[in-house]
Ligand binder design. Structure first.
Ligand code: GTP
Ligand code: SPV
Ligand code: MN
Length: 591
């Protein structure tokens, strides 16, 4: 008798009609074999799937060039298919599940002809964790099959775990013919199913990541009393050796990976890495909020990564402990056979191929690496990985940080007055868009909790769920907001960022430990300058003051924008948020 899993795989194979079906065991030997297939047999246009890079400087590494139209998540082609539109909310594209399935069935008929269908059993979360979920993804491309091995706990032991049960998360993925007109990323939350066709890129194709661990898991969390969030998870160790765990929600390409691997500029302080993109937050038996990172890899932004900005990441990329490591859409230095991207240390190499494999001429003013070029690498290679990383219980969280990319207005750091106000601070977040999605970059967009692209249900209900967490926790974390991206009149960053951000984290710890007071402003509490450890950093006092300035008049248009955004949700908006908005309006003289 076939198991429910075997039946499902067979059904999908009947529809997609691959030449072969191959069940992955997740071993290193298998990964080597699949990478070889990608280097020799498989192609995207004229490009092979993988090119071997120099293994002396970047051990186990390969370059992947995606289809040129397939370089980022495509939010306009992403749908959340609840049985009714109201559940999906104005924050999601919606299609009725029957209609979506009809469309996908048509597009998938024979889509894997001539290809192999890889069956990938994997776990999001540590298999011993009660919060972990067993999943199976199907895919027809080696890049995705092996990327899933880097990003998730993949292996045949998961098949045993699933056994005869129907309780596993399903993912169907095919690159189809990469036609953006036939590209869809569809979610069926009530069936724990993600179905994606036409894209091989990151969040569109590694279905355990954004699709399951955020969009579907956020819906599960809503119904089961937990939170699935777009957050980094870190432990900050102070000079006495005490570790304070924090999570940080920041939109795509706004600093989570860099924060997760922060190399402290303050002696005695150290940041331990637990996650750089996704956190699942559960209330533990002791009433505290616990975080696990369901992933085991980084799919990180390459441009801007250097020994100066993020030395721990450069060391991770060169560590060579785990097979393999991918660079996607970076440039290639043909003299050394090494990957290259804008912002990497040293001079621009003379002989570069750009991300599409064409000879690069800097005189054209274009970038050699795609701005959303990325690396895929195991977290176990990270020199700062926390010893708690594999703890199935997760780590107890003392602070929640919300941070956007704002060139103006938003202070470097402020603390919320209480939980409800903190949730409002998250809900009113906005950020300038980046290359992580196929939008225009640099436009201000409302992005509550950095989840606008990932909340798999009506965001008004999501806000209500956040507000309600407070009553169920005995020790709620403090909520802070940060902005590393303020610029001055000359267009230069006013705060040096990266390793210097530890000064901001230290202030948070001092607040949590009740060691310092803070200055009340209409939007929250900002530091007294004397409480910010500035030793070793020269920033003129006027600039520092500017980083914490809150002028009610400047906030008026911002508050009007928030109100407009919240307005979309109509009467569904929870009272707690409406009350906080009204308070703020009064404080900036708008009411
Ligand atoms: P996703 O993987 O898309 O979710 O992004 P992320 O939030 O992990 O962003 P990441 O840390 O990769 O940073 C994206 C970009 O922001 C990179 O180009 C970084 O160099 C830049 N960045 C990160 N932290 C800072 C900072 O403190 N200051 C400044 N100025 N730039 C930063
Ligand atoms: C993001 O865009 O937030 C990412 C990259 O982390 S992707 O996996 O493509 O979503
Ligand atoms: Mn992300």
């Amino acid at each position: 008798m076939a198991t429910p899993l075997e039946e499902w795989v067979e059904e999908c194979a009947d529809l997609c009609k691959p030449d072969k079906v191959y069940w992955c065991d997740g071993s290193e030997e298998e990964a080597c074999r699949i990478v070889k297939i990608g280097m020799t047999e498989e192609k995207i246009g004229d490009n092979k799937i993988f090119y071997e890079l120099d293994h002396k400087t970047y051990p186990n590494s390969y370059l992947h060039r995606s289809h040129p139209t397939d370089v980022a998540r495509t939010e306009h082609l992403t749908f959340v298919c609840h049985p009714n539109k109201e559940i999906a909310g104005p924050n999601n594209n919606w299609m009725h599940p029957d209609e979506a399935k009809k469309l996908l069935t048509k597009l998938s008929d024979g889509c894997m002809r001539g290809r192999t269908m890889y069956v990938l059993p994997y776990m999001m979360g540590h298999p011993d964790s009660r919060y972990a979920k067993a999943c199976v993804q199907l895919t027809d491309v080696s890049y995705v099959a092996v990327s899933m091995r880097i990003m998730t706990r993949m292996g045949k032991n998961i098949l045993k775990k699933i056994g005869n049960s129907k309780d596993f998360v399903k993912g169907i993925h095919s690159v189809g013919d990469f036609d953006p007109n036939k590209r869809y990323i569809m979610h069926f939350p009530d069936e724990n199913l993600v179905w994606s066709i036409g894209s091989g890129y990151g969040g569109n194709a590694l279905l355990g990541k954004k699709c399951f661990s955020l969009r579907i898991a956020s819906w599960q969390g809503f119904r089961e009393g937990w939170l699935a969030e777009h957050m980094a998870v870190i432990g900050v160790e102070d000079p006495q050796g005490k570790v304070t765990y924090m999570v940080a929600a920041m939109p795509s390409a706004c600093g989570k990976t860099n924060l997760a691997m922060l190399n402290s500029a303050l002696p005695g302080y150290k940041v331990w890495t637990l996650g750089d993109d996704i956190a699942w937050l559960n209330i533990g038996p002791d009433g505290r909020l616990y975080a696990i990172n369901p992933e085991i890899g980084f799919f990180g932004v390459a441009p801007g990564t250097s020994m100066k900005t993020n030395p721990n990441m450069i060391l991770t990329l060169k560590a060579g402990m785990f097979y393999p490591l991918f660079f996607t859409n970076t440039a290639l230095n043909t003299d050394t056979n090494e990957p290259w991207w804008e912002g990497l240390d040293g001079a621009v190499p003379k002989n570069l191929l750009d991300w599409q494999g064409r000879k690069y001429d800097p005189a054209t003013g274009t970038k050699a690496a795609h701005p959303n070029s990325r690396f895929t690498v195991s977290i176990y290679q990270c020199p700062t990985v926390s010893k708690e990383f594999d703890n199935p219980k997760g780590v107890p969280i003392s602070a929640i940080i919300f941070g956007g990319r704002r060139t103006k207005l938003i202070p470097l750091v402020y603390e919320s007055f209480n939980w409800q106000h903190g949730v409002f601070c998250g809900a009113r977040m906005a950020s300038e868009t980046t290359a992580a999605t196929t939008h225009h970059t640099g436009m201000l967009r409302r992005d509550p909790m950095a989840m606008i692209s990932f909340c798999g249900y009506n965001m008004a209900d999501y806000f209500g769920h956040w507000l309600g967490m407070d009553k169920r926790m005995k020790h709620a974390p403090r909520i802070f907001c940060v902005n590393w991206f303020r610029i001055d009149e000359q267009g230069k960053f006013m705060w040096p960022g990266f390793g210097e951000n530890i000064r901001v984290l230290k202030w948070m710890i001092d607040r949590i430990e009740n060691r310092v007071s803070a200055k009340e402003t209409p939007i929250g509490r900002v530091p007294h300058l004397k409480d910010l450890e500035m030793k070793g950093l020269k920033i003129p006092k006027e600039n520092l003051e500017k980083l914490f300035e809150v002028k009610p008049d400047e906030w008026k248009p911002e508050v009007e924008e928030m109100q407009k955004f919240f307005g979309q949700f109509g009467r569904k908006m929870p009272d707690g948020i409406v009350d906080e908005l009204n308070n703020l309006k009064r404080k900036v003289n708008l009411a």
